[in-house]
Write a protein that binds this ligand. Structure first.
Ligand code: FE2
Ligand code: FE2
Length: 232
């Protein structure tokens, strides 16, 4: 895919098409929200930001977001250590990063627009609940259950039943996060933002929807490809 932006693209359009660009603009103190209706070149001049460097960083974000869809067939044929490594690199690390980066926007829109759009208060509550659950869950997987699970490949492993019980526990936690994502869909009317929504409001909905998509793939890999290997 070709990089779709140039120096004349409006800052707000970049964020609308690629909501993660907001993190970079925030870092460079470029206003992408109410003052985002100016071309990138002017925004860079205003903030004395090197345009070439900025374009390079935007390209990097774009490439990271468009690195291709997950090919699940590859993973059904891979060994469990490879899958576990893939889950950690492709899902756990980006998830932790996104939960951290998205938090201030969720808080900001709830604070600024929660009066007129009470659904944003609900979004705030559900998002932070999801964040807590997911952070605890991924730490438990990485530090506790994945190493145990890989040890099941050895024939003489003890506590097999106990390890299997832990896998079931993880599946139950997946159900909880799935439920929270479903609730987020309900309160946001399937991530339809109102006409008058500011750019931050829009980016929150777009990034939450992306987070849902990523979480579904992540959980699918664990529930349907990795765990069943140990439950039969
Ligand atoms: Fe996971
Ligand atoms: Fe999981």
């Amino acid at each position: 895919m070709t990089f779709p932006f140039n120096e004349n693209t409006l800052v707000k359009d970049i964020v609308n098409i690629m909501p993660k660009a907001a993190d970079l603009f925030k870092k460079k103190r470029i206003d992408y929200c109410c003052g985002g209706g100016i071309p990138l070149i002017h925004a860079a001049q205003e903030r004395k930001v090197d345009l070439e460097e900025l374009m390079k960083e935007l390209t990097y974000i774009y490439e990271a977001e468009n690195h291709g869809k997950e090919d699940l067939k590859v993973w059904t044929d891979s060994d469990s250590i490879t899958i576990v490594q893939h889950i950690q690199e492709r899902y756990h690390e980006p998830l932790k990063e996104e939960l951290t980066n998205l938090s201030p926007y969720v808080t900001k829109v709830a604070r600024v627009h929660g009066g007129n759009h009470p659904e944003l208060l609900k979004v705030h509550e559900l998002f932070f609940h999801f964040k807590r659950e997911m952070l605890e869950h991924t730490i438990k997987e990485e530090e506790q259950v994945f190493p145990l699970l890989l040890s099941l490949n050895k024939p003489n492993v003890e506590n097999r039943d106990q390890i299997i019980a832990q896998i079931h526990e993880l599946e139950k936690e997946h159900d909880v996060t799935g439920y929270l994502l479903k609730q987020l869909r309900v309160v946001t009317s399937d991530y339809q933002f109102p006409e008058d929504a500011c750019n931050t409001f829009r980016l929150v909905y777009k990034r939450l929807e992306k987070l849902e998509e990523e979480t579904f793939m992540h959980v699918h890999l664990e529930n349907n490809i990795l765990f069943p290997r140990y439950l039969d």
